[in-house]
Design a protein around this ligand. Sequence first.
Ligand SMILES: C[S@@+](CC[C@H](N)C(=O)[O-])C[C@H]1O[C@@H](n2cnc3c(N)ncnc32)[C@H](O)[C@@H]1O
Length: 297
Amino acid sequence: MTDAPGSRPLFGAADIRALADELGIRPTKTLGQNFVIDGNTIRRIVAAAKIDPDETVLEVGPGLGSLTLGLLDAAARVVAVEIDPVLAGRLPATVARWRPDAVGRFDLVLSDALKVTELPQEPSAVVANLPYNVAVPVVLHLLEHFPSLRHGLVMVQDEVADRLAAQPGSKVYGVPSVKAAWYGTMRKAGVIGMNVFWPAPKIHSGLVGFARTEPPATSATRREVFAVIDAAFAQRRKTLRAALSGWAGTGAEAERILHAAGVDPQARGEVLGVADFARIAEHKDSAAGAAETGAVR
Ligand SMILES: C[S@@+](CC[C@H](N)C(=O)[O-])C[C@H]1O[C@@H](n2cnc3c(N)ncnc32)[C@H](O)[C@@H]1O
């Protein structure tokens, strides 16, 4: 890898391979370990994230540290959450060697990002090359537990990027699209080829930018709204009346709720926006549902 004139050296392909050899690392698929080994890709991700110099950035899965070093050039602080103890153990030394001025601006948390609910700093942005097998749950978990996150940019499997950014009516619109829309606006911000990674994955990656917005005004809770979304898409080929009959108790009750919410019972979930699902959740009479299913609450 060559660095652009005037830029600070990033950690290139040869450095990454040497470090991996030294640590005896065999990247695992289970942890989605595909490391970015191309400086231009790191710069592209950091530029697309539009980080202000006073921001604290959360990075999930810093791995061997190539994106971390790029983020430390752009942000005031970086808090990184890594699940792999060998990779996490080496990161402070990598930062000290390549960005000695940034040692005091870097925090590392050894944890599963799906379980983390507290961080040493309050991040305003998340930027990450996410482990692909848990990308959507990680995004939703972070947005739910860290309201300080106002914006971000994540790299995920390209097909998942399309799903996260999909709008109602699109073929790939589904549960991730609607749940993500509860928290904000997602937009596709580019496609990344396979050769910038080691090891190279078999699929393209996509960048998704995120800007937080207020959830729809509703008396239903987030959990209640998400339960309707799950029910509507569990049988996405069915009409909403049929798909929501289990959730509502009966088909007739589903129809009543849909009418009350101003939604056509013959429509399918894929045409509804998150505000429509919130209205449906609001109109559920929990007492009627409980009586039908025999549940005691
Ligand atoms: C796609 S790699 C990205 C590595 C590095 N950021 C890069 O771009 O080269 C994903 C990273 O996430 C870590 N990881 C996997 N599952 C995780 C989880 N549940 N919580 C935190 N980190 C995780 C992996 O160990 C790996 O370092």
